[in-house]
Design a binder for this molecule. Structure first.
Ligand code: ZN
Length: 329
């Protein structure tokens, strides 16, 4: 785009480079009817993946998942982290939300919760699913209003590392339209994903409690009756099949929240055999889990929009020496 002279004269400041990129919402949300034989809670559906995956996430940068409460650190108020039983956690809901937004963007799924104004101004028909008999891939996997979904994440607990204070430039108040991009017709046509970068502490700003870089947190993902294609989408969205660092929590514009998910143990129930003999029906994989997954479901990529995945992989180049903006962007 050619540079045009800025209006407003000398007082107008050049905005800083934006800390996020765009994954285009190019297609209508693909919705399928759930046929009786692959209805979600039919746990013995043939060919379905049911089981659990033990994982840990490693903080590549500090992580902040805010409790909304101020804690006192050396008598100064700082924005606190979520805890459970006095221990710092990354809630399963945050993990699921982060993985779901990735899965949505790369699978032409619907835009879940949006205001009418956004829904009416979408460049593609990708508004929220409303009919349980016609769900997009992500509503069908992760759940929709009145339907629980077939994947759950438990809270990630700190197994290594600790907590510190990190000063970040105060973010703008969150608006749901801020999650999207508009095209030249002012229609919403893309989802924002924040870049990875170097979370340099701001000189002036607000102190946030963070889980420190290099910390590790363990969690388990449970899944029920996923098809190979759904399982593939889940694994790609968690970044494990392509070795991608994803982002979780708050302060993303300040380059916080970059994490890498590692697999510890995979347990799959062989649903057919488990009818008769439970012990024989469980397959446990503890080594080369990624290789095992690539072999089993790596090619089952029918739900993945490769263009959208490519866009996201470009945005999530890692490592990256991008800096957080310190002013308007
Ligand atoms: Zn949906």
């Amino acid at each position: 785009m050619p540079d045009r002279p800025q209006r407003g004269g000398w007082r107008q400041q050049e905005p800083e480079p934006k800390p996020f990129g765009k994954v285009v919402i190019s297609k209508h949300a693909a919705r399928r009817s759930l046929k009786a034989e692959d209805r979600p809670h039919d746990r013995f559906a043939p060919g379905a993946y049911t089981g659990k995956l033990d994982c840990f996430l490693r903080a590549l940068t500090p992580i902040h998942v805010g409790s909304g409460i101020y804690e006192l650190v050396n008598d100064d108020p700082v924005r606190g982290l979520i805890t459970a039983d006095g221990k710092v956690i990354v809630p399963g809901t945050s993990l699921k939300g982060a993985v779901r937004s990735i899965a949505e963007a790369i699978s032409d799924s619907c835009l879940r919760i949006v205001r009418k104004e956004i829904e009416n101004n979408l460049a593609a028909k990708a508004g929220p699913c409303k009919d349980l008999a016609q769900l997009c891939a992500c509503c069908s996997i992760f759940g929709a209003l009145g339907y629980q979904g077939r994947v759950s994440f438990n809270d990630a607990r700190l197994s290594k590392g600790g907590v510190a204070t990190h000063q970040i430039q105060s973010p703008y108040p969150p608006r749901d339209s801020a999650r999207f991009y508009k095209d030249f017709q002012r229609r919403f046509n893309g989802r924002k994903f924040y870049f990875h970068g170097e979370p340099v502490a701001a000189q002036r700003g607000e102190p946030y409690q963070v889980i420190t870089e290099d910390s590790e947190l363990e969690f388990t993902v449970q899944f029920e009756s996923l098809t190979a294609d759904e399982f593939c989408l889940l694994m790609v969205a968690m970044g494990v099949l392509d070795d991608v660092a994803i982002k979780v929590g708050g302060g993303k514009q300040a380059m916080l929240g970059s994490v890498e998910i590692h697999l510890i143990r995979l347990e799959i129930q062989n649903t057919r055999e488990s009818f008769t003999d439970f012990a024989a029906g469980v397959q446990v994989v503890e080594e080369e889990i990624v290789g095992f997954l690539l072999d089993k479901v790596g090619k089952a990529n029918s739900l993945i929009n490769e263009d959208a995945l490519d866009e996201l992989l470009k945005i999530w180049e890692y490592p990256s020496d991008r800096k957080a903006p310190t002013g308007m962007y």
